[in-house]
Design a protein around this ligand. Structure first.
Ligand code: AGP
Length: 605
């Protein structure tokens, strides 16, 4: 996700900002910029690409003199990664500059209002609305303009704002996006996280949602959302830099597993308005579609396997899932009535790109669901929906998978609405169920404190079987891959009904079998499979809803889920399995964030 920094004091601000942005590089970004106030003028420099380019462009900051400034590393969400879209953004009158981390959910309405009022927009970003609001509301009172502009924003935002009329002052605002103040002597700082502060000070003030603050070289004044001054404690930053980059977690993978409720919320929230699914950038006519083909690789493919059930159930259109590495050579039956859905976290996977091009060549229109804005797949597809998960650093995907699946659910509801295959009542209840997912994912994280102990029991296993039926089987595919790729234990996912057709021959004494029992239309059958494998000596770890007492008596160990809308259950069901794989890998002393032989994005065939 984006990173923001700011400084006001006696030093030249630009070098301090550049150093701070370097400390935030680990967060992942695609462009960067700084703005500095000097002689009641704001100077801005920004680049697409790395911070090194910004250092070169500003001669390490010496070309931007001034002692107050703000900086930004951008992880593109709205608008491709370009110089123009990079932050800081400035107002038409040049008196304001802003850096922003988060998503302004109502930016389209604000952009329309401001354009009608004569404000000129340069970029495609949601952020730019903020500087024009500042210009519109400023009548000499910086604080009042900040309050009025912030009151118009919906969504998540950590802001740093400069005003050329008040050259040694910075205002910062926090709403659902982290923002920390660094308290110095004769100088003060702000940043998205402590890694950008600790080189200067370990005295920090943590803002809460709704709070904002005024920084000058000699003072920090925090205000509540009504503008009343409040006293905040100064905390001591004890983290070392390395730990801080991971938000205090031991591994990026664990951080990203824990981020999933927020990532799924960020993916859903801007796309549900007044109980309706709103996918602004889509104009797909589903009435011309007689088949949907989902193609991807690895976990993205498994997200497609889980999403297929929702698409078929809601849209009543045949959906087939194809491995991209196979589809590209399969002489596929694809034509102009096929909608291709391409899933990819990186947007750069070679096999997926090749399959996409091959299907477009045969006449299919392609919808890309990707996480990296402006990536190759995002560019060549006909339509694109971003997952807004923020950068995923660990090689093994977690929030990439769950946000891809979430976008598939959003699209399934959008398409079903268009096709009229879903009556109003059911549609509304499913939209409500979708909004429940972040909370249920958090509950799934909270209700399984015994996973580290289970990992101690199972981490010596030679092999594991993940079994399930229907959507449980689709989740078993991803659960097995997570276990394989980070703990190096051979794990096989199996359609539970297939066991008796061969694989049960492999079940020996104490063979671990992870049985997924969350799709209650088939749970009774899977419970019979549990009895079958236990009769042959298997050790069964079952995953089921918390209130399913029957299964507790059958299995040796349990993982629990909160009761979830069946169609959307896979997004929640995968979470305990991600955690299990993580802790087993930890017990095995594996390099969890960078597993051997694997790359984050497979850009070669
Ligand atoms: C998932 O944990 C793996 N890192 C891998 O299977 C990955 O999902 C696959 O390579 C596809 O990558 P993409 O989503 O970036 O296209």
């Amino acid at each position: 996700m984006c990173g923001i920094v700011g400084y006001t004091g006696s030093q030249n601000a630009a070098p301090v900002l550049l150093e701070g942005l370097k400390k935030l590089e680990y967060r992942g970004y695609d462009s960067a910029g700084i703005a500095v106030v000097q002689d009641q003028t704001i100077a801005v420099s920004k680049v697409m690409g790395r911070i090194a380019g910004l250092c070169e462009k500003t001669a390490d900051g010496s070309l931007l003199p001034g002692t107050t400034g703000i900086g930004h590393t951008r992880w593109a969400t709205h608008g491709a990664p370009t110089d123009i879209n990079a932050h800081p953004h400035t107002s038409n009158d040049g008196r304001f500059a802003v850096v922003h981390n988060g998503i302004i959910e109502n930016y389209l309405e604000l952009r329309q209002e401001l354009t009608q009022k004569g404000y000129h927009f340069e970029s495609e970003t949601d952020t730019e609305v903020i500087v024009h609001l500042m210009e519109m509301y400023y009548q000499g009172d910086f604080k009042r303009a900040v309050m009025k502009a912030s009151s118009r924003l919906q969504g998540s935002y950590a802001l740093g704002i400069l005003c050329s009329q008040e050259p040694d002052k910075i205002f910062v605002v926090r709403e659902a996006s982290p923002l920390i103040l660094g308290v110095g002597i004769g100088e003060n700082f702000f940043a998205s996280d402590v890694t950008a502060l600790v080189a200067h000070t370990r005295n920090a003030v943590y803002l809460e949602d709704g709070e904002f603050a005024e920084l000058t070289p000699d003072s920090i004044q925090v205000y509540d959302c009504a503008g009343h001054p409040i006293q905040k404690p100064i905390s001591r930053i004890s983290w070392d830099i390395q730990a801080a980059e991971k938000g205090g977690y031991e591994h990026f993978m664990l951080k990203e597993i824990m981020e999933q409720p927020r990532a799924v919320k960020a993916t859903i929230a801007p796309r549900i308005k007044n109980g309706e699914i709103v996918l602004d950038d889509l104009d797909i006519d589903m009435h011309c579609v007689n088949k949907i083909v989902i193609t991807a690789c690895g976990s993205a493919y498994y997200a497609g396997c889980a999403g297929k059930y929702a698409l078929e159930r809601l849209c009543r259109i045949p959906v087939q899932t194809e491995l991209a590495s196979e589809l590209r050579y399969a002489d596929p039956l694809i034509d102009s009535h096929t909608l291709l859905i391409v899933l990819s976290q990186s947007g750069e996977t070679a096999d997926t790109i090749a399959a996409l091009r091959e299907c477009q060549r045969r006449g299919a229109k392609a919808l890309a669901i990707v996480n990296v804005v402006g990536s190759t797949i995002a560019k060549i597809a006909d339509y694109c929906l971003y997952t807004w998960a923020g950068p995923e650093i660990a090689v093994a995907t977690t929030k990439g998978y769950t946000t891809q699946l979430t976008v598939l659910y959003l699209f399934a509801l959008y398409a079903a609405r268009q096709l009229g295959t879903l009556e109003q009542e059911r549609y509304r209840s499913l939209v409500s169920a979708l909004k429940m997912l972040p909370k249920q994912m958090q509950q799934a994280l909270d209700m399984n404190p015994g996973i580290p102990k289970l990992a101690q029991k199972y981490h010596h296993s030679e092999s594991m079987f993940f079994i399930g039926r229907n959507t449980d089987y689709a989740v078993a595919l991803e659960g097995a891959l997570k276990m394989k790729e980070i703990s190096y234990i051979h794990a096989e996912s199996y359609a539970a009904g297939e066991l008796k057709h061969g694989t049960i021959a492999l079940i020996h004494e104490r063979q671990p079998v992870i049985a997924l029992c969350c799709n209650e239309s088939v749970t009774e059958k899977t419970m019979s499979n549990i009895v079958e494998v236990k009769a042959r000596g298997a050790e069964v770890l079952a995953l089921a809803f918390r209130d399913n007492q029957k299964i507790v008596s059958l299995a040796d160990d349990m993982l629990f889920l909160p009761r979830t809308e069946p169609i959307f259950c896979p997004v929640v069901e995968i979470v305990p399995l991600q955690m299990l794989a993580y802790h087993v890998a930890k017990e095995n002393g594996c390099d969890i964030d960078k597993p051997k032989n694997l790359a984050k994005s497979v850009t070669v065939e």
